[in-house]
Ligand binder design. Structure first.
Ligand SMILES: Cc1ncc(COP(=O)(O)O)c(C=O)c1O
Length: 455
């Protein structure tokens, strides 16, 4: 690959950092996610550099790629954690994060999750040998709870009161801005379920102030993911800054502005502007506020992880149909759902390749390609990884790499058709480590093999 530096063809095979991909697959099988630690570090440093004038605190969006070892890597790089469930809270804690360095978001927090955000402990680890009895160090209330409705604010206040803690809360604002991304990942328009309509925010601050058991410390916004152009961010930031002005005129002090995630990367060469263009537009807007004491948070996931990971699958069969050729793999919508769910484009290419390095394009424009659908084994027509794609002829047993799969890949896998979850491997230079064993199907069957009489 010419444009993803961690994954390059050398000596006729794809390498992940310094390790030949076939060597990894020989020991762990397929389908397998492979991540590059160096790519993760590079992407994170780039974010830090781009927004350095704002002193941004980065909260890694655990949902994008939640493996414990990847969270640990992000923690070691200095990131806090953005969690959206009690499970993610426990996961981020296990990865080494202090709960005080977490923001807890999500539109449908249960009472149990709100309680866990305030005492820093969910029930995920109960009954897991070696984990449950660990010391409560680094536990305690999360740094910030992002509230998405008045109903949720009421439950947060209730649990704060019960537990004797004063929650620090940001209100998630729905600014009604169109991020021009897929309708399913658009989150900041008025018809979306996320956030509180911007015009309602001042009255909520007036009514809740700091007297009703919560500290309303700021505002949160996340308009979509990925956001492929700069202007919607600027529009959202300007709307939020105007809102902050109004709130401060009415006597509230806004300490925190959480800008969410959505920072894009290229699934196709030069598809989106470089991150630095986003920073160039946003830093002047936010700089003066930061100088006056505003703390800016960001919750990046995709930008760091997507091009830091690939999914490797093995061709099981090739079928020449009347209409087209089907390349049938052992990965499918159960292992990477983005093509089926969003019709998302993922570049894919054989792992063994001696020709000219392919470019990250919908049609790499090389000689001798044929039009194929690359599909999985699932009993759904929507189970595809690529449609009408120009690819070199492939045969049974061949390995295929699906690029840009490091974010919202493994986190969205399912056991549909009773397939186990893929394995995960992390490479760092010329070392490779198994960071998640392939899921044995026994774990899927364990919770259902015996009926338990209820009455
Ligand atoms: C509230 C919130 N923050 C952060 C993110 C991470 O977005 P991304 O991975 O695009 O950076 C998401 C993703 O959907 C989100 O909903």
């Amino acid at each position: 690959m010419k444009h993803i530096e961690a994954f390059l063809y050398r000596d006729g095979v794809l390498h992940a950092d310094g390790v030949p991909v076939p060597q990894i697959i020989e020991s762990v099988g397929t389908p397998t996610y492979i991540y590059s630690a160096s790519a993760i570090r590079t992407a994170y440093r780039r974010l830090e550099a781009a927004f350095s004038p704002l002193g941004v605190r980065f909260q890694y969006a655990v949902k994008s790629s939640p493996n414990l070892h990847l969270c640990r890597l992000m923690h070691d790089l200095g990131a806090g954690m953005d969690v959206v469930s009690g499970g993610e809270l426990d996961r981020a804690w296990l990865a080494g994060a202090r709960t005080a360095d977490m923001v807890f978001a999500g539109v449908g927090k249960t009472d149990e999750e709100i309680r866990s955000a305030l005492d820093g402990r969910f029930h995920t680890l109960e009954g897991v040998p070696g984990l449950e009895e660990r010391e409560p160090e680094r536990r305690g209330p999360v740094g910030i709870l992002n509230a998405e409705s008045i109903s949720e604010l009421e439950r947060i206040a209730y649990w704060g009161n019960e537990l004797g803690v004063r929650p620090r809360v940001c209100l998630r604002v729905n600014p009604d801005v169109d991020p021009h991304t897929h309708e399913y990942t658009t989150t900041g328009k008025e018809e979306n379920k996320f956030g509180i309509d911007a015009p309602l925010i001042p009255d909520i601050f007036d009514a809740w102030g700091r007297e009703r058991g919560v500290d309303l410390v700021g505002l949160h916004v996340h308009i979509g993911s990925p956001v492929p152009t700069v202007e919607p961010y600027a529009e959202a930031v300007e709307a939020l800054l105007n809102l902050i002005d109004e709130l401060e005129r009415r006597g509230s002090k806004i300490e925190v502005l959480d800008l969410g995630g959505g920072w894009p990367m290229n699934y196709v060469e030069e598809q989106v502007p470089p991150l630095e263009d986003y920073a160039e537009r946003l830093v002047p807007l936010l700089g003066p506020r930061v100088q006056n004491g505003l703390q800016v948070l960001m919750e990046p996931g995709r930008f760091i992880m997507a091009n830091s990971g690939i999914l490797v699958t093995r061709v099981q069969h090739v079928k020449k149909g009347r209409a087209k050729t089907f390349v049938i793999c052992d990965a499918g919508m159960h292992s990477l759902i983005r093509p089926a769910l969003y019709r998302a484009f993922h570049f894919l290419w054989p792992v063994a390749w001696t020709g000219e390095a392919p470019r990250l394009l919908e049609d790499p424009g090389l000689p001798g390609l044929e039009t194929c659908d690359v599909v999985g084994p699932i009993c759904e027509t929507g189970d595809f990884l690529a449609r009408d794609r120009q690819l070199p002829p492939m045969g049974r047993g061949e390995l295929v790499a699906i690029f840009s799969a490091g974010a919202y890949g493994m986190s969205m896998v399912s056991n549909y058709n009773d397939h186990g979850r893929p394995a995960e491997v992390l490479v760092d230079g010329d070392r490779a480590a198994m960071i998640n064993e392939r899921q044995p199907l026994a774990t899927v069957l364990a919770t259902e093999h015996e009926a338990r009489e209820l009455w």
